[in-house]
Ligand binder design. Structure first.
Ligand SMILES: [Cu+2]
Length: 267
């Protein structure tokens, strides 16, 4: 299956001490493919990671360029009522959190990489039309959750974290830090397809290409509009803390935002 290794010493992982591990199975696999590629996503910065960490300790919202403003307050008050808006601001204030805080460090600091290349570097995996490709996605980032899609192609997820899963066909998947997903795709009808990975907070992306030869590109979509967190995402769905409520919240988190990182807070 698809795995990876990384250092747990100091900040060595942030500076690139990691790599993919592919373990060939003894038994035949329950799916077939003609070629496979590792697609490893990561978040790079030229900053000394110790300095980055120190900055986070002093000002955790340094990278959050979308803090809510007084204008947002009046807009929300008009839409939701003054009392509800004050209540909302009080709840966030008491948690000392922000509904626009989706990741502490984002593309305002990081450059996202695909197999060590920027979008300009355009990592390319070759295929012949009609071939089945197995893409071994690995999130080797330090703290970035990516939403991944290949416009024009369905992806069939066949393994997660190195374990086979009942195949599920999707247009997009979210991959949290350290997770791996193996997907099978069958590119045809076009010479090039873009592999597009945008961060969960929609501050940036990295792209690569599946193509019939080197040097091709397909259109790269714009980054989607950014989400705003709600109390449900924070595990405060107003359902109390009984078990039935907790169950509902897990669903709410997954379905609403797909916030993998928040599941701990929900369940
Ligand atoms: Cu680890």
């Amino acid at each position: 299956g698809t795995y990876w290794y990384h250092s747990h010493s100091a900040f060595q992982e942030q500076v690139g001490l990691y790599g993919p591990l592919v373990i060939d199975p003894i038994e035949p696999e329950p799916f077939s493919y003609d070629r496979d590629y590792v697609v490893m996503l990561s978040d790079w910065t030229d900053l000394d990671p110790a300095k980055l960490f120190a900055r986070l300790k002093k000002m955790s919202m340094y990278d959050n360029y979308y803090q809510r403003t007084v204008g947002d307050f009046f807009h929300d008050a008009k839409r939701n009522g003054l009392a509800a808006t004050i209540d909302d601001r009080r709840m966030w204030g008491e948690m000392r959190m922000s509904p626009t805080d989706l990741s502490d460090v984002n593309a305002n600091t990081y450059t996202y990489l695909m197999n060590g290349q920027t979008s300009l570097g355009n990592w390319t995996g070759l295929f012949r039309s009609g071939e089945k490709l197995r893409l071994r996605f690995i999130n080797g980032s330090s703290m970035t959750h990516f939403d991944v899609r290949i416009p024009g192609l369905k992806m069939t997820v066949v393994a997660a974290d190195g374990q086979y899963v009942h195949p599920v066909t999707v247009d997009e998947f979210r991959i949290a830090t350290a997770e791996t997903y193996d997907v099978v795709v069958e590119p045809s009808g076009q010479d090039a397809f873009t592999i597009f990975a945008q961060d969960m907070g929609r501050t940036g992306h990295v792209s690569g290409t599946l193509a019939v030869r080197e040097g091709l590109r397909a259109p790269v979509p714009p980054v989607d509009s950014r989400p705003i967190l709600t109390m449900v995402d924070m595990g405060h769905g107003g359902m109390g803390h009984d078990m039935s409520g907790m169950k509902g919240m897990e669903g709410g988190c997954g379905a609403n935002m797909g916030m993998k990182g928040m599941e701990g807070g929900c369940g």
